[in-house]
Design a protein. Structure first.
Length: 144
């Protein structure tokens, strides 16, 4: 704590002499009893049956005799696509969040190359559209 006060005082002196532009502030610490988000990369997660094994580490194993816990595998995800698991403390509960890579299917649209649409942005009408199949439309931008 003593080092933080010394650093804060040296920053205030530097601010008053014009060496730094922004006024120094005391760092924001987490409230007592507050919890932080925990992230697990995919390389430490293991799939056992239909559950994901989440390791807790050596300290937790030494203190509590518990080295891991299991969470159910979501049915809409592929285990190989999971990149990270985050455990979020929110409203006195824990939520898990999966970061995964989504497989996108490229859908090639079926276009009729014979149909053409001409679009003219004008002064009086916002857009005027004319097609070669005999339809046309004008869209007026109304200002009140």
């Amino acid at each position: 704590m003593h080092l933080i006060i010394l650093a804060q005082n040296s920053l205030i002196i530097a601010y008053s002499s014009g060496k730094i532009l922004e006024r120094p502030r005391i760092p924001n610490y987490r409230k007592k009893g507050g919890m932080a988000t925990v992230s697990y990369p995919s390389r430490v997660l293991k799939l056992k049956g239909n559950q994901i094994r989440v390791p807790l580490g050596n300290t937790c194993k030494r203190w509590f005799g518990l080295d891991c816990f299991y969470i159910p595998m979501p049915s809409n995800l592929n285990f190989a696509s999971i990149k990270e698991l985050r455990i979020l403390p929110r409203n006195r509960c824990f939520y898990w969040e999966f970061v995964y890579e989504k497989e996108e299917e490229v859908v090639k649209p079926q276009l009729n190359q014979e149909n053409v649409l001409g679009i003219d942005h004008g002064l009086n009408n916002w857009l005027t559209c004319v097609s070669n199949v005999g339809t046309s439309a004008g869209y007026r931008w109304e200002t009140d």
